[in-house]
Structure formats: structure tokens, C-alpha cells
Design a protein around this ligand. Structure first.
Ligand code: SF4
Length: 198
């Protein structure tokens, strides 16, 4: 983005297409102008990352909002190593969602805040605040941690729009992922499925 964003602009970190729909709608309802920012090195493996990225772009096109892609030059540059480095200090403790997810939010919101500052936004938020399955308080904490002078974090609770987001993502045929993102969340998801069968 080469021009200074307008006064009502907000950089909205976006985790995927389905979770972006109603946060964008709610922000537009308030007179804000969201630009989506897709930075998610937690999404593994690469084909899954590319599928969610594609879904996000489809939602942005539907809603007529801009997108900033850090991997614009090379969509395969998903940075899984950056995510692994962020949780590596936990050792075997990374199997515990209560310990690894806050580090995952922090990584993504730190990068979103840096992008917002660089591009001249005065506020940012995240579609992670839409999910009923994420640690809402840890997301708020990460957002506030990376806000500061000249950059506010909008900690809006988008969860009341959960059902509307699901309905629209199905109607629009946006890819809906079966697990949160990281290899560990995929493992947990399939482990539950295996246990149900046995
Ligand atoms: S479960 Fe989701 S939020 Fe938690 S570390 Fe994995 S990708 Fe990140």
C-alpha cells in the first residue's frame, strides 16, 4: 500500500476466509474500512495453507475489500519454520494448547501490528476474535501487547456473528477447514476421529 490509509481504515489480521466474513461486515457496519492481512505461518502443510489463502482471497473479492499478502511474491513462502521457532521453546509442552496457542496468536499479531505501522494504519484487529474455539482472552492480550502509541487494537468480540459467518461461507462455497492450522491441531483432530471409530 503506497498511499496513507483513510481515517476510518483498519488492518484486520485474517486467519482464513470463513472467519473473515462477519468481522469485515461488522466493521463495515461501524463505518470502518478493513484491509485484510493474511499472515499465518501456523497453517500446515503447504497445500492446506494455499487452500485457505485462496478462500481468503475469494471472500475479499466478494466483500470488495483490499488484501495485503506478505507472501505476494511467492505464495509458497508460508514460513512454517517461523511458527516452529515460536513454539520450540515449549519442548514437549507444545502439545498443550493452553501453552502453544498464546504464542501462536502473539506471533501473528506482532507481525500484523508491524505491518499496520509500516503501512500507516492507526488501528488493527484480528478475525481470530470471531472463533468460538480460540482462547479469546489470550488473543486480546496479544493484541494489546502489540498496540502502542499511534496504533490501537480493536478488541471487538465477533463471536455473536458466528452462525451468520458459517451460513455465508457455505452459501459462497468458501473452503472450510477441518482443523485449526498447525500439525498438532491436525493430529488432535484425526486422533479424535480414530478413537471414535475404534
Ligand atoms: S491450535 Fe491453532 S491457534 Fe493453537 S497453535 Fe495450533 S494453529 Fe495456532
Amino acid at each position: 500500500m503506497n498511499t496513507t490509509p483513510p481515517d476510518n481504515a483498519i488492518l484486520l489480521h485474517a486467519c482464513c476466509g470463513p472467519c473473515s466474513i462477519t468481522p469485515v461486515l461488522r466493521l463495515l457496519d461501524q463505518g470502518l474500512l478493513p484491509t485484510l492481512y493474511f499472515y499465518n505461518p501456523n497453517i500446515h502443510p503447504l497445500p492446506e495453507y494455499l487452500r485457505r489463502r485462496e478462500g481468503l482471497l475469494a471472500v475479499a473479492q466478494r466483500l470488495g475489500v483490499d488484501v495485503i499478502l506478505p507472501d505476494q511474491q511467492d505464495p509458497a513462502d508460508a514460513e512454517p519454520d517461523v511458527w516452529l521457532a515460536a513454539v520450540a521453546g515449549l519442548g514437549a509442552g507444545m502439545a498443550d494448547m493452553a501453552r502453544r496457542c498464546p504464542l501462536c496468536y502473539d506471533l501473528r499479531l506482532e507481525r500484523a501490528a508491524a505491518c499496520a505501522r509500516e503501512a500507516g494504519f492507526t488501528r488493527f484487529s484480528s478475525t481470530l476474535l470471531y472463533s468460538k474455539y480460540q482462547n479469546h482472552q489470550a488473543i486480546l492480550d496479544a493484541g494489546v501487547r502489540h498496540a502502542g502509541p499511534g496504533l490501537d487494537f480493536l478488541g471487538e468480540d465477533f463471536r455473536p456473528s458466528w452462525d451468520e459467518g458459517i451460513r455465508l461461507s457455505k452459501e459462497w462455497e468458501i473452503y472450510r477447514q477441518p482443523y485449526c492450522g498447525c500439525l498438532l491441531s491436525a493430529h488432535d483432530r484425526y486422533r479424535k476421529a480414530v478413537r471414535i471409530k475404534t
